[in-house]
Ligand binder design. Structure first.
Ligand SMILES: [Ca+2]
Ligand SMILES: [Ca+2]
Length: 256
């Protein structure tokens, strides 16, 4: 696979006008709050890379008309509806769907697939636990599998959602037992799983900290009323007020 990063383009998710919308006046040091909707930022996401690799492997598709729905067991809701529910363009949705169908002909992703994806992208570590947590965050109805619709809706939030939407999603990931509270143990489990997956050498920001030190600092800031658990309100309020935490959240963005 030859360079995907800075080469012009490999026909990845071609959008309507083929240009990356970079608003004038927005500097390179732009904050996390204002993610630019570039193709490059899309490709940072492992799940997107996985899908796009799948579609480019099979070459340009012959049938470029509407989605071929007859093959899948779980057909996605109308494309129009998904377009309304996500921040993706119609073309992007079609690309994503084509790749998805290629990888998951049944129309569903299961946890094993997530584990395979993340061990491919992070071969130096153990991605099993992280993939498990991430899968559970996508699997909203706890059915053990993710439909294409839920998959792209999740991706849309993660890649193009507002800050609050992203934080809500992150909170849901951290809240492992989904009881509405994040405990220190849960945060520790997530952080450890990320460390396990990436290996600490690839994470300059946290290289000097142990996961528990990292978590302790996070937790102290977030548990504002000191009752031992973090609520969604505490989480969002703290994250929005604290630039350091926001910066740390970028770390999390790199492992989606
Ligand atoms: Ca919890
Ligand atoms: Ca609290």
């Amino acid at each position: 696979d030859q360079g995907d990063g800075d080469s012009k383009d490999g026909g990845l998710l071609p959008d309507a006008n083929g240009t990356d919308p970079t608003p004038p006046g927005q500097t390179e040091g732009s904050k996390w709050q204002k993610p630019r909707l570039t193709r490059k930022s899309l490709m940072k996401c492992c799940l997107v890379k996985w899908i796009i690799a799948s579609t480019t492997q099979q070459g340009p598709d012959s049938c470029d008309n509407d989605l071929e729905l007859s093959m899948v067991r779980h057909q996605p809701e109308g494309l129009d509806q998904l377009q309304a529910q996500t921040q993706f363009t119609r073309k992007e949705l079609q690309s994503l769907y084509r790749g998805f169908k290629n990888e998951c002909p049944s129309g569903l992703v299961d946890e094993e697939t997530f584990k395979t994806i993340y061990s491919q992208f992070f071969p130096q570590g153990d991605a099993t636990t992280y993939a498990h947590f991430l899968f559970n965050a996508f699997d909203i109805d706890r059915s053990g599998s993710i439909r294409f619709e839920d998959f792209v809706i999740g991706l849309s939030v993660l890649l193009r959602g507002s800050v609050t939407e992203k934080l809500r999603w992150a909170f849901n990931l951290y809240d492992i037992n989904k009881d509405g509270y994040v405990t220190k143990e849960e945060m520790m489990a997530i952080m450890t799983s990320i460390y396990d997956m990436m290996g600490r050498y690839t994470l300059p920001n946290v290289r000097d900290d142990s996961p528990s030190e990292h978590v302790d600092r996070f937790f102290q800031k977030m548990d504002r009323n000191r009752d031992g658990v973090v609520t969604i309100d505490e989480f969002i309020e703290t994250c929005q007020k604290d630039e350091n935490i926001m910066a740390s959240m970028q770390l999390f963005e790199n492992v989606i």
